[in-house]
Design a protein around this ligand. Structure first.
Ligand code: HEC
Length: 461
């Protein structure tokens, strides 16, 4: 009798669970937006220049990254990365905290997650993670500020299940994605059939993220012998190499596969690595982020405490704390509290750090949001016969419209805060505009031709 009762109780419980999950499967809406993708997928192959391979540490990932990326896989990853339908309420995507124009970091100190909840740490750049997503030197891996994740495939599933980020369990995600019409062909192209699984989602997202790397910064051009540093940049580089690379920001990769304590606090508030591995000697140790694109990834440190590069350099110069785990205590000396840079040196260091910005990464369509209403991923050249070049813009921007016939063409240039900074009209099929007065950075050019709107991200040097 007891047994029968137990079976009945179990059956009732089971039925209620099934009906609960059934209810759950009914409880979402889908959006109508479709991704705007090129007919032929972009190439996502990584091309490491020689100095980038041999300088710094080659990690497992830099060696095999290209074998792990296919153009179809990264294309699926791109769609997933920007698809708000990956979140429970269709409100946020990975791209809501990792912005292309800021090297896939966020400009807010803490990012806004699901239901307005703030993330406990600053959203880091996702560029150049091949240098820090697997390393022969460090057991496990070094992803996330506290180095808690072993691989990129594991790391990308974290925000998908986090209740404050995208906030969902994987089963729910699979069910939801399987019901979205544009996914079957994308999964089929990437994996041979249209089945949606958590592993495939992770694989595609990781492929897309691994591909996020480019080497057209001024720094790289100098290393390739195509440009040369100014005197200030050269002084900055010398100071950087002598002081900052030792065991930390290795030359070229500008990061290290080891977690570090950089003496931010005397007593750690956020315990970092020590917070989950339980080792006192790891308290206050965090991932040592790459400095590539650092000009754009403000605010800085795991808690976004510094607003500008000047503040960061001031800290390393004058304010390093004697935390028991501070790596400076063995890299420099036991009582190290700063490098004591003078004003000119501080300025030169910041000038050098600004040579690490890679324009293509911030503007290339292959990493852009394919869901944007007016997508920069539209092939402007074929769609409207528009050619906009060069990008990055040195000084002068050229615009050509192949089938020009006296249309009304308005040009509006916005900064990343959405502020209109320049406007003009185009009155012939080819025109040249001087944009030399603007400060360096990414801008959005919107072109309206007879009521049709096109947009393109431009990097002004
Ligand atoms: C609500 C904002 C938010 C969203 C949405 C979000 N992230 Fe993040 N991401 C963060 C924050 C904050 C961190 C740092 C967390 C930490 O280290 O504890 C982070 C860290 C990461 C890292 C580790 C980077 C490194 O340097 O170690 C990866 C990889 C990543 N996110 C990928 C993604 C992907 C893929 C998605 C979408 C599936 C996503 N993120 C969605 C805020 C967000």
């Amino acid at each position: 009798m007891k047994r029968i009762f137990a079976i009945l109780v179990f059956a009732a419980f089971y039925i209620s669970m099934v009906s609960l999950s059934f209810e759950k499967s009914e409880s979402y809406d889908l959006l109508t937006l479709e991704p705007n993708l090129p007919a032929q997928p972009y190439s996502y192959t990584l091309h490491y220049p020689e100095h980038a391979i041999y300088g710094g540490y080659a990690t497992i990932d830099t060696v095999v990254a290209n074998d792990m990326i296919t153009s179809h896989g990264a294309t699926l990853g791109r769609v997933l990365f920007y698809d708000k339908q990956l979140s429970v309420k269709n409100t946020i995507s990975c791209g809501s905290c990792h912005f292309q124009e800021f090297a896939f970091a966020d400009t807010a100190r803490f990012s806004i997650g699901l239901d307005g909840v703030l993330t406990p740490r600053n959203s880091p750049t996702l560029a150049d993670l091949t240098w820090s997503s697997g390393s022969p030197f460090f057991e496990g891996s070094i992803l996330f500020w506290d180095c808690r994740s072993k691989s990129l495939e594991e790391a990308v599933l974290d925000p998908l299940q986090h209740p404050d980020e995208l906030g969902k369990d994987l089963e729910f995600m699979v069910q939801k994605l399987s019901g979205i019409n544009y996914y079957p062909p994308l999964f089929e192209n990437a994996f041979g059939d249209s089945e949606v699984t958590p592993d495939r989602v992770a694989d595609a997202l990781a492929q897309f993220i691994r591909s996020i790397s480019s080497f057209d910064s001024r720094y790289d051009l100098v290393k390739m012998g195509e440009e040369s540093f100014t005197a200030a940049e050269e002084l900055g580089e010398e100071l950087f190499v002598n002081n900052c690379t030792k065991g930390c920001h290795n030359v070229h990769s500008l990061s290290t596969p080891f977690p570090r304590n950089n003496g931010l606090d005397l007593v750690s508030i956020d315990l970092g690595l020590g917070g989950w591995d339980g080792r006192t000697d790891n308290i206050g140790k965090f991932k040592c982020q790459t400095l590539r694109n650092v000009e754009l990834t403000a605010p800085y440190m795991h808690d976004g405490r510094f607003k500008t590069l000047e503040e960061v350099v001031d800290f390393y110069s004058d304010d390093v704390q004697l935390h028991p785990n501070s790596d400076f205590r063995h890299l420099e000396n036991e009582n190290f509290t700063g490098f004591n840079f003078n004003r000119a040196e501080k300025k030169a260091l910041v000038t050098f750090l600004k040579t690490l910005t890679t324009p293509t990464l911030l503007t290339h369509d292959k990493w852009s949001d394919p869901f944007e209403e007016v997508s920069s991923s539209r092939n402007l050249a074929t769609e409207a016969g528009l050619n906009i070049y060069p990008n990055p813009v040195d000084d002068k921007l050229m615009i050509e419209l192949e089938d020009y016939s006296n249309q009304n063409i308005q040009l509006n240039l916005f900064d990343l805060n959405g502020k209109l900074v320049w406007k003009n009209r185009m009155i012939e099929s080819m025109a040249e505009y001087g944009l030399g007065d603007f400060s360096t950075g990414v801008y959005i050019l919107k072109i309206e031709i007879d009521g049709n709107l096109y947009s393109k991200k431009l990097f002004l040097k």
